[in-house]
Design a protein around this ligand. Structure first.
Ligand SMILES: [Zn+2]
Length: 97
């Protein structure tokens, strides 16, 4: 993958580097030249939430930590790529924090 820059004419995600239509990008407020695709925005949101939870521990933070551990296990085992089981796990993941 070649490095991307603001001079590129086609819209792309500044996180994963993939070309994306403008409708699938979220622009940063103070730097509108920077766009992040919806998948990477969700990944960033989860990372921000994990960092927030680590600074503000509590029952809900522990519950979300358990969900994150389950998600990590599924990804590590590759279960999310297994046919019908993978489709079900990916669908469930859409509704998890
Ligand atoms: Zn992306």
């Amino acid at each position: 993958m070649t490095p991307r820059s603001a001079q590129d004419t086609e819209p792309f995600c500044w996180c994963c580097g993939r070309d994306k239509p403008e409708t699938e990008l979220v622009r940063l407020g103070s730097h509108p030249e920077v766009g992040v695709c919806l998948e990477c925005a969700r990944w960033l949101q989860r990372r921000a939430r994990q960092r927030h939870d680590s600074r503000h521990p509590g029952p809900s933070a522990r519950l979300r930590g358990g969900i994150d551990a389950g998600r990590d296990l599924v990804i590590r085992k590759g279960w999310h790529r297994r046919g019908l089981l993978g489709a079900l796990l990916r669908r469930i993941d859409r509704y998890l924090p």
